[in-house]
Design a protein around this ligand. Structure first.
Ligand SMILES: NC(=O)c1ccc[n+]([C@@H]2O[C@H](COP(=O)([O-])OP(=O)(O)OC[C@H]3O[C@@H](n4cnc5c(N)ncnc54)[C@H](O)[C@@H]3O)[C@@H](O)[C@H]2O)c1
Length: 257
């Protein structure tokens, strides 16, 4: 098999959750460049429509499905045409949708705890549960869960987020164990600190910006496009014997004391 074939996604259909902007949109475009037809999702229909139009304008085959990834009924309705027994199916699923609700742990509202667990962790169970029966039927599939450095290390005010991403890391391993014998590979990507809306308040905080640059061996923030290589690899034949692993794309941060 040539190197191009190892990494080609031609003929594959990929669903990326939370892809109206940020990392999700960048990964959807990256998979499309590698040949995949992409299905975008977001809870914000206007943002989603704009993202789909952008990819179509750039010449890619992209469609959108607006639904809340925490709502099982909405997921079923939003993906009905793909997941029906005779439907075309989803070959690659990237569970990317995520939120932050920062607060000191001792005064964190239950609503903030629950919302973050629901969107960052339970959603990956719900969307995978909807999509995987078709993968099992077709005898192959790739799942990529977007975890975080905070699946390994935490800082004050993000206990809900760290718990959700630690859970997502273990859900990734559980998926690998449960479905690996039926040719589904489930792996994760843990980004370091990347410039997106989610980190917008942090990138403009001079003290935090200095801290991240000093703390990261690369000496800078990451850009979402720097996650594309890992996502294409984990979506392609090149990773067919890799299962239950987490790739850290963090400029070396996790290795530094
Ligand atoms: N930005 C970083 O530095 C960073 C680092 C590590 C991990 N991550 C993870 O990467 C993923 C993407 O982050 P981002 O920085 O691009 O965030 P972002 O806020 O820019 O984009 C997230 C998108 O998800 C959508 N979304 C939120 N809740 C949803 C729901 N219930 N249903 C469907 N869509 C929903 C939002 O509308 C938004 O378009 C998240 O899981 C995040 O935790 C980000």
């Amino acid at each position: 098999m040539s190197a191009a074939e190892l990494f080609s996604l031609r003929g594959r259909r990929a669903l990326v959750t939370g892809s109206g902007q940020g990392i999700g949109l960048t990964l959807a475009r990256g998979l499309a460049v590698a040949g995949a037809e992409v299905v975008l999702n977001d809870v914000d229909p206007a943002r989603l429509a704009q993202a789909v139009a952008r990819l179509n304008d750039e010449g890619f085959t992209a469609t959108g499905r607006a639904f809340d990834v925490t709502d099982a009924a909405a997921i079923a309705a939003g993906l009905a045409d793909f997941t029906a027994a005779s439907g075309p199916g989803i070959d690659i699923l990237i569970n990317n949708a995520g939120i932050h609700r920062r607060a000191p742990l001792e005064s964190m509202p239950l609503e903030s705890w629950q919302a973050v667990i629901d969107v960052n962790l339970t959603s990956a169970f719900l969307v995978s549960r909807a999509v995987v029966p078709g993968m099992l039927q077709r005898g192959c599939g790739k799942i990529i869960n977007i975890c975080s450095l905070n699946a390994e290390i935490s800082r004050p005010t993000i206990a809900n987020y760290a718990a959700s991403k630690g859970g997502l890391k273990m859900l990734t391993r559980a998926m690998a164990v449960e479905w690996g014998g039926r040719n589904i590979q489930a792996n994760g990507i843990s980004p370091g600190y990347m410039r997106t809306d989610m980190t917008g308040t942090l990138t403009v905080d001079p003290e935090f910006d200095r801290y991240i640059r000093a703390r990261t061996p690369a000496g800078r923030w990451g850009e979402p496009r720097e996650l594309i290589g890992a996502a294409v690899f984990l979506s392609a034949r090149a990773s067919d014997f890799m299962n239950g692993q987490i790739l850290f794309v963090d400029g070396g941060l996790l290795s530094a004391l």
